[in-house]
Design a protein around this ligand. Sequence first.
Ligand code: 13P
Length: 254
Amino acid sequence: MRQPLVVGNWKMNGRVGEAEELAEAIAEAELDWDHVGAGICPPFPLIDRVAGTVGDSPVAWGAQNMHAEDGGAFTGEVHGPLLRDLGCTYVIVGHSERREHFGETNQQVAAKFFAAKRNGLVPIVCVGETEAERDAGRAEAVVRDQVQAVLGDGKEDVFRDAVIAYEPVWAIGTGRTATPEQAQEMHALIRDLVKAGYPVTGQSLKILYGGSMKAASAPELMAQDDIDGGLIGGASLKADEFIGILRAAVASDL
Ligand code: 13P
């Protein structure tokens, strides 16, 4: 009932030529597109190029970050209305690399989440514990707090038209994928949190897994009840790997 979604987070990678080549290969992949949603989130200056390349193929595009304000004196930042003008469907907010290297707090992430929604973008909000937090038995508490920061007082159905990505920090770029059981456990916890206040939204919410997902590991992960696709870093930079993951998503929907 939840169509799988696979989104590539290119991070700070890609030059003009290779971005167009990669986007074109993905857009032209022979897939049963009725069974998967796909998105590409390149660096800001490449968004327009990727958009022009994928055109009206089934591949959507988005950004990796945004500012919480809709404009103003914030040198070097990018606002939601511009992302909207560029035809973005998605925007990633609260990626662990933003939290770690740029000090983004749960509150700032929540502000970006609402800025995305206000501008008609689908926020993909990232949550996930570090290795130290997992070792200390705090993984669930950390993820719960990160989700709760967006839920707030629970008076609004905030996760409608939004996506959550569970990305355990220890699995990102390390080649150490979470086991399907570890991931499923956390995805179920996240879904239950949302369902507690909003059963319909909780049931339909897409929860993506991110962290060293490859074409080879995707089928087992996506076979889990509460894993609805992937947010892909390294493997999204290789057309055959990314298309392999898209294929696994299609298979999980059939
Ligand atoms: P990797 O797939 O490179 O581990 O990155 C995952 C990620 O951070 C996606 O946002």
